[in-house]
Structures are given as C-alpha cells and as structure tokens.
Write a protein of this length. Structure first.
Length: 71
C-alpha cells in the first residue's frame, strides 16, 4: 500500500502569506539555500532575506551558513 505524503503544518504565529510560502517550501524540501529558495519560489533575494530573518527570529527556521531548515 502506498503511503500518502504528510501535509506540512503551519505554525499559528505565521500571518504573512509569503512567510507561509517560504516555511512550506522549507518544510516540504527539508531545507534549502537562499539560491534554491529564490529559484524555487521565484522571489527576490531581498524579500527572502527579510522573511528568513523573521522566521529565524521566531525560532521557526534554523540557519547554518547559507542553509535554512525548519526547526
């Protein structure tokens, strides 16, 4: 029997649609670099930096050098 992929759940403190999108991308991909996020989401780096800073400040995402992953 095939397993169904599990749906990623969004933290309640995420209000911004763009933050939700970035968080879901990281959750479903297990993490990503800034360049991977930029390519995968077709977003500008400046926007991503702001969103990722917010997500790391809220301790929803961990940063290791240029790699981001959900906590």
């Amino acid at each position: 029997m095939m397993q169904q992929p599990q749906a990623a759940t969004l933290p309640a403190e995420l209000n911004s649609p763009r933050a939700k999108l970035v968080y879901l991308y990281l959750s479903t991909h297990g993490g990503a670099t800034l360049s991977e996020l930029q390519d995968g989401l077709n977003m500008k780096k400046l926007s991503l930096y702001s969103i990722l800073r917010t997500l790391t400040d809220q301790q929803l995402v961990a940063r290791d050098a240029d790699y981001y992953a959900p906590q």
